[in-house]
Design a protein around this ligand. Sequence first.
Ligand code: BES
Ligand code: MN
Ligand code: ZN
Length: 504
Amino acid sequence: MKKRLTLTVNQEVAKNLVKAKTDCLVVGVNAGSTMNEVASNINKATNGFIKKLIQRGEFEAKVGQSSYIAANEGTSAERIYLIGLGKVSYKLSNEDLDKISSSVTSALMSKKSANAIVCLPSLKFESEDLSLSSLLQKLGKSLESSTYTYDAKLNKKNKKKNYLKKVEISIDTKDSVANLRKSLKTGQVIGQGMNVAKDLANLPGNVCTPTFLANTSKTASRKYPKLSCRVFGEKEMKKMGMDCLLSVGNGSAQESKLISMNYQGGKKGARPYAIVGKGITFDTGGISLKPPPTMDEMKFDMCGAASVIATMQVVSELKLPINLIGIVASAENMPGSKATKPGDVVRTMSGQTVEILNTDAEGRLVLADALTYVERFDPVSVIDIATLTGAVIMALGYSTSGLMSNNRNLAKELLSAGDKASDRAWELPIWDIYQKDLDSNFADIANIGGRAGTITAACFLSRFTEKYPWAHLDVAGTASLKGAAKGGSGRPVPLLCQYLIDKA
Ligand code: BES
Ligand code: MN
Ligand code: ZN
């Protein structure tokens, strides 16, 4: 995992900040007449410029509001940004902390600053589980992840330059600095994990194949003594009875792979958590071919797998005291003379047979066998992550992942991890009434059915997850971004990591 930034914390909140040599000084400012020590020092040094901005109504210090001060001859900083923190007495919410950290991040990214000092006065929080640590974790994540650029396939002259290298966070608090540093680092490592996931997402389908994902996982696992990796090819999967997974890659020249990563950071023999990712490295739809517009985006159909590979590395880097299994079910879904046809019937590893009515509903086919395979680890919980249905975008749009689960408690824990990490999911039901949509005249289960596409896809998966607490994250809308920012988003790495951190 690549680290792009040096992030530090110190408590010497400074009268000397006015004299600090830095490319960018970011100062938290409260609304109203009271000004914190640092803001007031800067105000004096700049001839009352902050007060002026406030009087003119140009800067109200609303939470997350920011203002750029170009002329600042009175200080040693090249430039200054003010960041609004609301009234002194105001108690910040989780969303407020997100606003502050993203506004600090965009201040640092918007000019060509190589180094910066971010100075925040003591803050008040809305609830017990929020603290400066929460803010530092968010800052670490957003700073590291926003320095991401993807230019692996660009010529040198077209590569974007990344200016920001070093950020020092100067904080006025009685909290333990060691804890603050730890939270900042946790956030930064999560940010690095998001960047790993983005890189895998952005690589084109002709590079990022099932074999490439397998090699990436192997290479990553060599860096961590507690992380190991096994890869199964088609022959081995055939032996294990994974005909359902294998049917998806039948039309492809690329060999399908099952990747099994094992992190042993907990007690020996302690039951592991498990995460299982959909790794379709390109989804043409197969014989049920997709229409051409936006088909290129189906290189993102391995984002579930990318989030698993990234989360395994984050957990290894943070040395969490848990055991964790990471499975990736990877294939390329192509049409061809050997490809699966609508109406074909295959046997799953679980013994249940499936009628493949639509070869474009392939994610659930690779996941079915991976979800049966994971039984052998006797997991505490299993979370699968998949860009499974276009329908989840109709239901929840591009900002919220779909969550479905056979276990109330697990669902609740994941929803709250998503809230905390600002990587939200929302639950959809998988009641029994939907199960009959998957009835088939020719096999135990059909691979499509009904109108509730996201729910019936999860119902299909639920037939393979009866032996453990299971949750399914449909990230078709959230794992990649559209438009000018087209590319991997790094989601739901923050949600997964937060869940595992909360468990550790
Ligand atoms: N990979 C797609 C889902 C998808 C669609 C992801 C759009 C991201 C954006 C999945 O394999 C698929 O094709 N699902 C079908 C299911 C249908 C055939 C029941 C879909 O959503 O249309
Ligand atoms: Mn598909
Ligand atoms: Zn797909």
